[in-house]
Design a binder for this molecule. Structure first.
Ligand SMILES: [Zn+2]
Length: 355
């Protein structure tokens, strides 16, 4: 029996169970009070005023705020509700509006997931910072960083209000989350998971994702991850690639990683239950900075292992004179580096994970 057949078999059995349940369910749906939290236990999800029934997929638009032109901007959401109840996983991307790899990762995951085979619920928000996304900017129009604005407040800044909406309608309805990021503009990251590895469940999901490195990171003030962790939701942060670029490997890795985590949570059948290689666990990372301004020629790439004092690159002037060597200050793996060869004194050039 193929995995798909098995899944369909499981779906059918679930459907049969559901028919039995439905006699009871049909009345509860009619009587449903949208404000009633009990609906969560009956595998009916409610986001804003919309109800997503078992075995269905729904696209929603949650109003955020108007532009000065009076055009309403809304948060696009797709929720897929499985027939059987189970974990409720949110996927978010473009919290930094110029980080587009995650948008494509979510599109590909949604293409693969069928409500009839899903156990639990998938809530996908591919463009969280809708304002930054249309401006191709990391920030909101007032230059605030959305990922420093959580948990937010309904009477706060635009960033705070958007953060509050996301916590209220997405995070609070979920049991787990995956937040998709890339390097900042002109910087590229090796596919990596950042998470609280001191938490057993988070550790288990992080090591299932399939990246070669997983990095323990304490949460930053105001981040989505901190706000969600504070209300008991395990969160993985996937970092891969570069802002404003589609990186084929980073996207493919991300899609497989999300499906692996879903399989691990027993939400979806898939060939990704276990990873062959255990990831390297990192507890400390360090940026190597430029000792002076100039033109950088890098000698290392993503994933390279380097030794302390190894030469990572050279900074010189336009003629190749006044060469300054950049050296590693620790033994490590290159998990990120600058892409723009024009560097100023003090710029972060190579990001090393200590091993
Ligand atoms: Zn980011």
């Amino acid at each position: 029996m193929s995995l798909r057949d098995k899944a369909e078999g499981r779906g059918q059995r679930a459907e049969e169970k559901e028919i039995g349940k439905n006699k009871h369910l049909s009345t509860t749906i009619e009587e449903l009070n949208p404000k009633n939290d009990n609906i969560m236990s009956k595998n009916i999800i409610q986001i804003a005023d919309e109800i997503i029934k078992p075995g269905s997929r729904k696209r929603l638009e949650l109003p955020v705020a108007r532009l000065p032109t009076q055009t309403m901007l809304s948060l696009p959401v797709i929720a897929i509700n499985g027939i059987e109840s189970g974990p409720k996983l949110w996927l978010s991307a473009a919290i930094h509006g110029d980080e587009v790899n995650g948008v494509e990762i979510i599109r590909q995951v949604l293409e693969k997931v069928d409500a009839k085979q899903l156990r639990g619920t998938l809530i996908a928000v591919p463009i969280v910072n809708v304002f930054g996304f249309i401006e191709q900017s990391r920030y909101l129009p007032d230059r605030r960083d959305l990922n420093r604005s959580f948990p937010g407040s309904s009477g706060g800044s635009l960033a705070g209000r958007l953060a509050r909406l996301f916590i209220k309608e997405i995070v609070s309805k979920s049991t787990h989350g995956i937040d998709l990021h890339t390097g900042a503009v002109h910087r590229i990251n090796l596919p990596q998971i950042r998470a609280n590895l001191n938490d057993d469940e988070t550790y288990s999901l992080a090591s299932t994702f399939g990246t070669s490195v997983i990095i323990h990171s304490s949460t930053r003030d105001g981040s989505l991850r901190q706000a969600a962790t504070a209300i008991g939701k395990p969160v993985l942060l996937y970092e891969a690639g570069e802002a404003l670029r589609f990186d084929r490997d980073a996207i493919e890795f991300g899609v497989k990683g999300v499906l692996r985590v879903m399989a691990k949570l027993n939400m979806y059948p898939g060939p990704f239950n276990e990873t062959e290689n255990l990831p390297i666990e990192i507890r400390q990372t360090k940026w190597m900075r430029s000792p002076r301004s100039g033109i950088l020629r890098l000698h290392v790439g993503l994933g390279d292992r380097v030794e302390k004092k190894q030469q990572l690159g050279i900074i010189s002037d336009a003629f190749g004179d006044t060469n300054i060597k950049i050296k590693a200050s620790i033994n490590g793996i290159v998990i990120g580096h600058v892409q723009n060869p024009l560097v100023n004194q003090g710029d972060a050039i190579v990001h090393l994970a200590a091993i």
